[in-house]
Design a protein around this ligand. Structure first.
Ligand code: ADP
Ligand code: MG
Ligand code: MG
Length: 902
């Protein structure tokens, strides 16, 4: 016994090692799982796909998994490499493994006594629910049909299985239009007076099988294949092909799944949930994936095949009701829940089928969950000692915290509940009704907020589902397609609101006598399942409980500091509440747009002499000072990096003729003069030209005014016992000389303002620059001579390194992403290979000159988890991001520290 166990672990270790140390390419294309042997294990997701790897792992830990085998993802890649042909030798290996399956099950593929039937299932390394096609009941032929009938004693069941196979094989493998089969089904049901599918008796079923064969022949020009190996080979190829269908490609794009080589194919012994009332099928989560509550959670259908639950055709029953139907299977399932969680140390999402009271597990994977559920589960599992704090911190995808930071419906607001469905994915969504996925996508593109309303959703709908604010379905359960996909994205969803009748053609819904059209606004409460008329008020989230606990752990683990980009006292305060440790970027230009400020600003811009400019600047000074006082006060002693004026001046002037005329009047100048000034200031390319520190070179008085405002604001705060810590940041520096000049000017101004106000005591104001021009990164050692800090402005640095504009994301960059020329939008996620090199170089050269040079980043990337990891690795002191992303950056920084320790 002891030796046997030891032997087993050794075998496992060696397989594990094989995959982690870049497996030398072997010829092995097929991995078996079953009672006689298991070739793979759970660590081999890249090669066997998630489904295949876990089927092997579950077999290994003794769960009741029907035996089968997995054709590797590498084989799929090879299939595409040779232009869409099954690799040589594959079918031989498949046949060998089929023989083993026959021995393990005691049945024979295609036999006329007790035939072995199989399913052909896809499964890539990343889960793509329902994105690719599955064929069930494969191996049925005229001959084996007799075998199935006599072995089970169930003629109708056997016929039903056969007609399903002809339909699925025809549809999925041969591309026969599904409706061609449906029409025949309807015709025959009518003829036999059968109201539902289940009412059709043996005679009708026999007719149906014949009719389906004819449909098959008519659309394919061939007979339905009577050689089970032909069925198998063609299905295998169909799964490979399904990897590159438009909907699969689109799904990978939306979910940013890249770098996979293809799908694996699982061939598995069929078990039947549709053999009568002692059979059934279901889907379950080991914990509630919406709330995270530690409660077995799922649904089942009696006398049904797996597809029926997911497709949302019949609304299933909650698993809680299972004991009344089959207590033994339920108890066994609960034991399996605990075993799976202990083994995988995470929430599992599993598929099960009961064939004549015997339970089988058909799939397990880590369960997709909402942000709030992820946080609760991580904290609970630490309490239960299933995982440690570090693992808990790694468990929550930082971006999912978004869902905890969003407003929720005000419980005090009045609710006009028009219908109730299942609380499939929490959160509040408000929008007008859209009746097709395409409509939802189009109207969202046009700037509308819409809710997608469907009877049920299917994988073709994902674009519109993604675009919509929320999803409402009238059929289907908590594990229907709509529910699973919505939870994955953290998008609010109410499913199975049966009282709602959807009229897609007339584009309206009716519910209890009330009608709502595309013009009406509804609110979905995904947390309760309520559908409400009108728009309901929302409240700010609470940042306590498990969220606070997790963030406390994260803060202890991280070394990167997190600042925020804010330019109003309100944003500064919010960011502080979210845990910001300073402001990394306070843009000053936004301060010039409000109310009467813009007038003074425009006066300054059109002024023709320095004296006139100074006069206008004097009007701006008090505004600017007040703004800084507000921000310094909100930040209570935390550092605030103020960036001096950055955009080109024409951005502050009106561009249409009418507005220009009005402005000329207010400013008391000739319209022609103003027009000329606007033309002078126009930039051909707003990324280049007269902006950033170049403005201060031409108009030093602008810099003087801004620095004066900063110093005076800091002094005013000191008087009120608020310790202000301003840092002056000079933008768009490309040469050391520029910074040398402007730093001198700023220092002079600081000194003279202090003198003017007879300031005593400490007031340290550091002066640094943004590194956002490639030349600045290349000469960072020289620039550092004049800088107390660097802040990498990775938005501009990305624009200037790639030569892309940020606006290109809306045009050709879309094609680049679709064709995987770029792994991700480089404006969202820092391009570590290219732009990252400049950042790394800037850090290294800068610190060579000044050991204690403070380094940060203030582009959009500061709130993107993978970019944060990069910042951690190159040794920045802090990242800075928008207030709502502060918690995300804190968590990402902790994850980076944990992953990169050791
Ligand atoms: P997906 O990845 O879309 O969930 P699956 O391969 O899991 O596709 O299969 C679709 C449905 O068919 C599931 O409900 C699954 O449980 C069921 N199914 C697959 N293989 C078998 C089998 N061997 N016996 C019974 N049901 C099966
Ligand atoms: Mg599945
Ligand atoms: Mg910039």
């Amino acid at each position: 016994m002891a030796t046997a166990t030891r032997k087993k672990t050794t075998r496992k270790k060696t397989t594990r090692k094989k995959t982690t140390t870049r497996r030398a390419k072997t010829d092995k294309k097929v991995y078996y799982f079953g009672p006689s042997k298991t070739d793979g294990d759970g660590s081999m997701k890249q090669l066997l796909g998630g489904k295949g790897a876990n089927l092997a792992e579950m077999t290994d830990i003794g769960l009741p998994v029907p035996p089968g085998f997995t054709v590797t993802t590498e084989t799929c890649a090879d299939y595409y490499k040779v232009g869409g042909k099954l690799p040589a030798g594959l079918m031989d290996e498949v046949r060998e493994n089929m023989k083993r399956m026959e021995r393990d099950t005691g049945k024979k593929f295609g036999s006329d006594s007790d035939p072995l039937l199989v399913s052909v299932r896809s499964g890539a390394a990343a889960s793509m629910p329902g994105m690719m096609d599955t064929v069930l009941n494969l191996g049925l032929t005229d001959k084996s049909l007799d075998g199935l009938q006599s072995a089970t004693g169930k003629t109708r069941f056997a016929l039903d299985a056969y007609r399903r196979l002809i339909n699925m094989f025809g549809d999925v493998v041969m591309g026969v239009d599904h409706h061609a089969f449906e029409d025949e089904f309807d015709r025959i049901k009518k003829k036999h007076n059968a109201a539902t599918d289940n009412d059709l008796g043996v005679e009708g079923m026999e007719e149906l099988v014949d009719a389906y064969k004819k449909v098959y022949k008519k659309h394919t020009g061939e007979q339905f294949p009577q050689d089970p190996y032909v069925q198998l080979e063609k299905s295998l190829e169909a799964v490979f092909k399904s990897w590159n269908t438009p909907r699969a490609i689109r799904y990978r794009q939306i979910n940013e799944i890249t770098g996979l080589q293809g799908t694996a194919v699982n061939i598995q012994t069929m078990v039947f949930g549709n053999m009568g009332d002692d059979s059934g099928t279901g889907v379950a989560f080991t914990r509630d994936p919406s709330t995270g509550k530690n409660e077995f959670y799922g649904e089942f259908l009696i006398n049904a095949q797996g597809e029926d639950v997911v497709a949302g055709i019949r609304t299933p029953k909650p698993v809680k009701e299972m004991p009344r139907w089959d207590r033994r299977s339920y108890d066994q399932l609960i034991k399996i829940k605990t075993k799976l969680e202990k083994h995988y140390k995470d929430v599992q999402d599993l598929e099960f089928t009961i064939e004549r009271k015997k339970l089988y597990i058909l799939q397990t994977r880590n369960g997709k969950r909402t942000g709030p559920a992820a946080v609760k589960i991580a904290c609970d599992m630490v309490k239960e000692r299933l995982i440690d704090q570090k693992t808990a911190v790694l468990r929550v995808p930082p971006n999912d915290l978004n869902q905890l930071l969003l407003p929720s419906l005000d419980p005090k607001a009045k609710r006009d509940v028009i219908a109730e469905g299942l609380p499939a994915s929490p959160g509040a969504a408000v929008g007008k009704l859209a009746f097709t996925a395409a409509e939802a996508a189009d109207r969202t593109q046009d700037g509308e907020k819409v809710l997608l309303v469907r009877r049920e959703t299917s994988p073709e709908d994902i674009d519109g589902m993604h675009a919509a604010q929320g999803i409402l379905t009238s059929t289907g359960g908590m594990t229907s397609h709509a529910a699973v996909v919505a939870r994955g994205w953290g998008k609010p969803c109410v499913a199975g609101a049966g009282a709602i009748h959807i009229d897609e053609k007339k584009r309206k819904i009716t519910v209890n006598g009330r009608t709502f059209t595309a013009k009406d606004t509804l609110t979905l409460d995904g947390g309760t399942g309520q559908v409400l008329a009108g728009e309901i008020a929302t409240i700010e989230p609470k940042l306590s409980g498990d969220f606070a606990t997790l963030m406390k752990w994260a803060d202890r683990m991280r070394t990167l500091k997190v600042r925020t980009n804010a330019d109003t006292p309100e944003d500064s305060q919010r960011a502080r509440d979210f845990g910001a440790e300073g402001i990394g970027l306070c843009r000053t230009e936004h301060m010039f747009f409000e109310g009467s400020r813009i007038k003074a600003m425009r006066e300054m811009i059109v002024a023709e002499t320095e004296a006139a400019r100074r006069k206008a600047l004097d009007k701006l000074l008090p505004y600017q000072r007040e703004d800084f006082i507000g921000i310094f006060t909100a930040m209570k002693g935390l550092p605030v990096t103020v960036r001096l004026l950055d955009p080109p001046l024409h951005e502050f002037l009106p561009h249409d003729a009418k507005a220009q005329q009005d402005l000329a009047k207010t400013l008391g100048i000739k319209p022609a003069k103003l027009k000329q000034r606007v033309a002078e200031l126009h930039e051909m390319n707003p990324m280049l030209g007269h902006r950033g520190c170049r403005l201060a070179v031409t108009y030093p008085e602008i810099l003087e005014m801004q620095v004066r405002a900063i110093v005076e604001a800091a002094m005013a705060c000191q008087k009120k016992k608020v310790q202000a810590k301003p840092e002056i940041m000079i933008p768009l520096v490309g040469t050391a000389e520029e910074l040398d000049l402007l730093r001198g000017l700023a220092e002079q101004t600081i000194a003279s303002v202090k003198k003017e106000h007879k300031h005593k005591g400490r007031l340290d104001i550091s002066i640094g620059t943004m590194i956002e021009i490639p030349r600045a990164a290349l000469t960072a050692d020289d620039i550092a001579e004049h800088a107390d800090f660097f802040s990498f402005g990775t938005n501009d640095l990305t624009q200037l390194t790639f030569g892309y504009s940020r606006d290109d994301v809306g045009t050709f960059l879309g094609d680049y992403l679709a064709k995987e020329l770029l792994p991700k939008d480089p404006f969202q996620s820092l391009d570590a290979t290219g732009v990252g090199q400049l950042v790394a170089m800037g850090c290294e050269k800068g610190r060579k000159t000044k050991k204690d040079l403070k380094l940060g980043i203030c582009g959009e990337h500061g709130g993107d988890p993978s970019s944060v990891e990069f910042c951690h690795k190159v040794g920045l002191d802090y990242v800075s991001c928008s207030p709502f992303r502060v918690p995300i950056a804190r968590l990402a920084a902790a994850q980076a520290a944990v992953r990169n320790s050791k």
